[in-house]
Structure formats: C-alpha cells, structure tokens
Ligand binder design. Structure first.
Ligand code: ADP
Ligand code: MG
Length: 295
C-alpha cells in the first residue's frame, strides 16, 4: 500500500490558551475525497492551515506526500475559507500569475488557466477584473487558483459557502475531476448533501478532536436514526426518533390524543448523513470539553 498523500499524526495546535486541535490523526489517499465536517470552531480551518504548511503544529506531525508541507517544493493547493485573489488583476492574470508562482512556465500556466476557466464557468470572465466579479464568481476563481499547479494534495475550505447552484455544481464536478486524476482532496464543508453526492469519506471534528470517521454509509449505519415528523396546523413541529418509522407510526399517532385534531402532516425521515451528524454533534456545540493547554 502506498503512503497517504496527506497524513496528520497526533496533531495539536493552540492559539494562546485556546486549544484548536487536540491530537488529530487522519490520512487522505491519492485519488480520495475526504470531507472535513464539524460545527463552527471545531478546528477545520486550523487543520487546513497546518496541512497547507501555513502554520506549524505545536505537537505531532503533518506530512504531504511524505514531506513537511513547509519545505519546498510545495505539493499543496489551498483555497482558504477567506477568498484570496488579486482584485485589480483580471481573472486570466490571476490564474496565470498563481500558476507561474507555483512554478509553471508561462505557456503551461496559460493553458492551465484556460482549462480551469472552462471547468469553473469562468470562460466568459477571463478579461474581467477579479474585484468586479460576483461573490460566487470570485469563489470559483479562488477555487481554480488552488488547482492551477495540479497539486497532488488539494485543500478546499468551505468552497461552496454562499455559492449559487451553478457554482456549487461546478465546484463539485471539479473536485471529482481532480480526484479522478489522482489528487487527494480535503474538503471542509457544512453542506451535507454535497458530501453524499461526492461519496466522500468523512472526518467529523468537534472541539478540536475527531468525533467520528468513516464512509457516509458507515456513519449513517452507526449513528443515524429514522424519525417521524409531525406537523400541526398551528405550526408546531415534533420530531420523534424511532428505529423503524412505518411499524411505529400507529403507536405514535395513538399517543397523540386530542392533538390529533391539529395534525396537518406526517413525514417519515430516513436515516441520512444529516441525522447522523445531528446525533453526533447534538445542538451544534462542541461535545469535547475544553481543557487547559498542557504545560
Ligand atoms: P472551524 O474552521 O472549524 O470553524 P477554526 O479552526 O477556525 O474552526 O477555529 C478553531 C478554534 O480556534 C476556535 O476556537 C477559534 O476561535 C480558534 N481560532 C482560530 N483561529 C484563531 C486565531 N487566529 N487566533 C485565535 N484563535 C483562533
Ligand atoms: Mg473554518
């Protein structure tokens, strides 16, 4: 078995006395898409920064294709959570410029810019100033920049945040394309249907630790429950977690009593990544208690 493209081993990282990562181990293979999930503050962006070599772990190791990501040549393409483009340059200049910075010759950078523009719906925008693009267009350019040098490891931090449907589709499609070409993709997101569409392996962070990891199917099987959802005419909604909705429905309805008169709709919710995620993360707050930084 070949070494993983991206490997973190027992990685710790704090900001002052705030612990962001408390011993994270994960690996992403060449050609694999790994979805990095977790509530706000879970440590996703900190992990992406360490994998990109933008910061060093306090403890533990980060390896990109076997090497420290801080030592050249850079093997990582990263699209951080905050959009980073040169607003006064055109789309084409941004793509070519980042390509040349990453070591591509001008001709190769130009060819790659055109290729990515086609994949990310930027064809008609190549001569527009990046700063004049819409939010979704900037997000596509920002994502393209991460891919311009064909890095073996690609890190995308919430690449579809605030994106329209076309942007979302284009980004998912380009993720599939680069993974099929052999890149390891780490994809931080809050949009669980995307994770199902990508059929990604999942690492779920909470409070700076890995709370669960596995394929979507494994997480659903282990953690998701079905639910019966009752909607009432006055707007009330009740979720009742059950193991098997259809056989349990009559008893649930019988127990309603007088409330039956207000019942407007009944829905049976199948187990999904979302119900698994909610079961694991609860109300969205970190489930691992904060602890002091070890001296
Ligand atoms: P996520 O991307 O999952 O929302 P982050 O990695 O951004 O999580 O943050 C993890 C924790 O580290 C949070 O408690 C956050 O407040 C803290 N944190 C992140 N960046 C900084 C920083 N530059 N300075 C201080 N604390 C930070
Ligand atoms: Mg983040």
């Amino acid at each position: 078995m070949s070494a993983p493209a991206l490997a973190l081993d027992d990685v710790h990282r704090s900001y002052g006395d705030r612990v962001a990562l408390r011993g994270v181990t994960l690996a992403v293979a060449h050609g694999e898409v790994c979805a990095l999930l977790g509530p706000n503050g879970a440590g996703k962006s900190t992990l992406v920064g360490l994998a990109a070599g933008l910061a060093s772990p306090d403890r533990g190791t980060v390896r990109v294709v076997g090497d420290d990501p801080r030592t050249p040549p850079r093997q990582v393409g990263v699209a951080p959570q905050e959009i980073g483009i040169y607003p006064t340059l055109t789309v084409a200049q941004n793509l070519r410029g980042f390509g040349e910075l990453a070591g591509l010759r001008p001709r190769a950078a130009r060819a790659r810019a055109l290729e990515l523009a086609a994949l990310l719906l930027l064809d008609d925008l190549l001569d527009r100033r990046a700063g004049e693009l819409s939010g979704g267009q900037q997000r596509r350019l920002h994502t393209a920049i991460a891919l311009v040098a064909r890095p073996p490891v690609v890190l995308l931090d919430e690449p579809t945040a605030g994106a329209d449907v076309q942007t979302r589709h284009a980004i998912l499609e380009v993720v599939r394309t680069v993974a099929a070409d052999g890149a390891a993709v780490l994809y931080a997101t809050h949009y669980l249907p995307e994770v199902e569409q990508l059929d990604a392996r999942v690492v779920l962070l909470a409070g700076g630790a890995v709370l669960a990891a596995g394929t979507v199917r494994e997480l659903v099987a282990a953690h998701a429950r079905s639910a019966i959802e009752l909607r009432f005419s006055d707007g009330e909604i009740r979720h009742i977690g059950v193991d098997d909705p259809a056989p349990e429905l009559p008893a649930v309805l019988a127990a309603l009593g007088d409330a039956t008169e207000r019942l407007a709709a009944v829905e049976l919710r199948r187990p999904s990544l979302e119900t698994a995620y909610l079961a694991l993360t609860g109300d969205g707050s970190a489930t691992v208690a904060p602890e002091a930084v070890p001296a």
